[in-house]
Design a protein around this ligand. Structure first.
Ligand SMILES: [Zn+2]
Length: 401
């Protein structure tokens, strides 16, 4: 009997990947948006206060894994479960275990976010023969992009589930609450990303003309949001925009708060790797949007070069007046702001948590930063300050919930 040796699994996957990539590139009609469009809401007063507080109390350090305050809180959390607010953020020596961890070539993430991906297609893109069909390869490449994007921020992501739905209304952002009530998984510390085939501006993206194509938006963190439901551990009252009031639990299960239901990221599925949004189809939109879910603001937040404008409240992202389109060779929208990073020498008056003043570093606009509006090829990473900020926001707003 003659049998032909089957190709190895690895070879099969490679061939399948190539076939899918080639066919999708050949068949998908391309659409080039004029610029990145993100529908994230303005930060609440509460979240701005957190950023302002952290900006004045976070040590600035060029290496997140050697940042004493970050490390201190990491140790304290895991050893004592204490809360970062109200604690001294003074430096302390690293423990032996953390010193050993720093010595590893690839340090493990400081925390890992449970992640659920939901593919929400309209009826015309729901079948595998459709040019806009989201393939399993696109999902795995998108998740890989997300995980890689956050390695320098020491944040890990663990993909726990994938769902697929076909619903014309949901796909076009026509019933955000209904979609998320049906699909949302996990807790307030779980990331749910909804990839919608026809994502567009709606009632949940005020300030953007209804019907405009959106690349994405996420909910920013809010205090006191729990999943309610079976725990009976308390309930939250308050409007969708205000700060809720926590009511002690009575043992009676409470329905999930609307802010819990709506929490998550809405992303246009054409921005996934291999999607049809030319210039924005490498996966960068998800990295940007999840930055909002982690609490970060746009690097051009405030749209001002004024001395009293805090921008994104992160010291090591240079102040920026305008968002960036595509990937310019050079851009400096606030040429006179901040203090040069090269003038900081740790001398008198420069020993504070933020020696660079409210605007942060001077210097060219952070066009390669995930929280600008640049196109995907321009994106490179987050700053150490953004990494520290995400960790702090995580500990304040989401961890353990
Ligand atoms: Zn954004």
């Amino acid at each position: 009997m003659v049998s032909k040796r089957a190709p190895s699994i690895r070879t099969s996957i490679l061939l399948l990947t190539l076939a899918l990539t080639r066919s999708s590139h050949a068949r998908v009609p391309k659409y080039k948006p004029i610029s990145r469009s993100c529908g994230v809401a303005s930060p609440s007063t509460e979240l701005q206060d957190s950023h302002r507080w952290l900006q004045h109390n976070e040590a600035l350090d060029n290496d997140l894994w050697n940042a004493s305050s970050v490390q201190q809180r990491h140790i304290e959390h895991h050893h004592h479960g204490s809360h970062p607010f109200g604690e001294s953020l003074s430096s302390s020596n690293a423990s032996e275990s953390d010193r050993r961890r720093q010595a590893l070539p690839s340090p493990s993430p400081l925390y890992v976010v449970d992640t659920y991906i939901h593919i929400v297609a309209d009826s015309s893109s729901a079948s595998a023969s459709s040019p806009k069909y989201v393939t399993d390869t696109m999902i795995s490449q998108q998740f890989a992009y997300l995980a890689h994007a956050y390695t320098n921020a020491s944040i890990g992501y663990r993909l726990l589930g994938i769902s697929r739905s076909t619903n014309d209304t949901w796909a076009a952002n026509g019933d955000d609450a209904g979609m998320k009530r049906a699909l949302r998984r996990g807790t307030y510390s779980s990331l749910n990303i909804y990839y919608q085939s026809l994502l567009q501006a709606g009632a949940n993206t005020p300030g953007i003309p209804a019907g405009s194509t959106l690349l994405g938006f996420c909910s920013l963190p809010a205090a006191g949001v729990t999943s309610g439901g079976t725990t009976g551990g308390g309930s939250i009252s308050g409007g969708s925009t205000g700060v809720g009031n926590t009511t002690p639990g009575t043992g009676t299960p409470t329905p999930p708060n609307s802010r819990y239901i709506l929490d998550g990221c809405n992303v246009l599925s054409g921005t996934m790797p291999g999607g049809n949004m030319v210039g924005y189809n490498l996966g960068g939109t998800t990295a940007h949007e999840v930055g909002h879910w982690n609490g970060l603001l746009h690097t051009f937040n405030g749209n001002s070069c004024a001395q009293d404008d805090f921008g994104d409240y992160v010291a090591d992202t240079p102040q920026e007046m305008t968002s960036t389109n595509r990937c310019p060779v050079y851009k400096d929208s606030c040429p006179s702001s901040g203090v040069s990073s090269t003038t900081y020498n740790g001398g008198p008056g420069q020993t504070g948590a933020n020696p660079y003043g409210p605007q942060g570093y001077s210097g060219p606009d952070p066009i390669h930063n995930f929280m600008d509006y640049s196109d995907d090829v321009c994106y490179q990473g987050f700053t150490p300050g953004q990494g520290a900020r995400m960790l702090n926001i995580w500990q304040i707003y989401r961890e353990g919930l």
